[in-house]
Design a protein around this ligand. Sequence first.
Ligand SMILES: [Zn+2]
Length: 345
Amino acid sequence: MCVDLIPVTVLTGFLGSGKTTILAQLVQNPAFVDTAIIINEFGEVGLDHALLEASDESIVDLSCGCICCTIRGDLVSTLTNLYERRTCGEIQEFKRVVIETTGLADPAPIIHTLMQEPKVFDNYRLARVVTTIDAVNGMRVLDHNPEAIKQVAMADTLLITKNDINDPLGIGPLTDRLDGLNPGAVRSICIHGETDPMYFFSGGIYDPSEKSRDVSNWLTKEAASSRHNHHSDINRHGSGIQTFALLRTKAISRGALAIFMQMLADQKGDDLLRLKGLVHLIENPEWPAVVHGVQHVIHPIKRLYAWPDNIVQTRLVFIVKGIEKEWVEDLLNKVTDSAYAGLSV
Ligand SMILES: [Zn+2]
């Protein structure tokens, strides 16, 4: 009775590889209406919902943990709850679901949960896994993060992002690497986050047997560990990775922001896994500036059209390895104070 089950697509990909940018484009696409979106973010301040610029009750934020580990149960209850609200007409009748994972997520427990949890598979079927891989940082990410290897190996579709800023170097070595990890995946280059919705929706049921033998082994391991371990809600990402947010109501000048971002990338880039945020600029107080950084790469500022919830406030979210929040806060204060005083830094 597969036709009655609601297809679920998992969108995964390492920190800063462009998942939200792709979703922000897709929600504007008429083919994407009737899609419920579940967004999972690390950190106490969720931003991705605001970055989508779509206010819809079928978009659910899960930003108090990671669905591959600490809040795996919340994924099940969110899906169950969405289905119940759909059945009683409380929300519009969505036809499909996209789950955006955190960048550090191990996809194996998520896929295991979607395929094996009765409360989920009674109403939903896992249709596809789509993974973003960044043309700039992709090789380094695969070298250092086992989760990224799994994200690539378990995918049906690999979307190569940021090729626009890496073009002169070519992406040959990266595509060779992807060939080795997952030769059967559909592959597409994604410029400025633009992609075809068909990569998200086509396909029947996710089939691990089409992937490498590692994929079946990872899923078998998940099945065994969930049978033997009732306390499965543990943090899989160790204590080495932290997340924190900086909030400020006082506006920042464009110049000070640029210096802050550059100093951060230059001095702490190796440990700066992800920086994203909305910034209250002195020059443009009426709209939030969107900032993104991944390790040593800082992206140009973009704009949102309005402040989410009408709250005019700078919100910067960091995912780091061992960078102290106080150090970042001090740097921001120093840079902004100098800019106010007209001094160069
Ligand atoms: Zn996790």
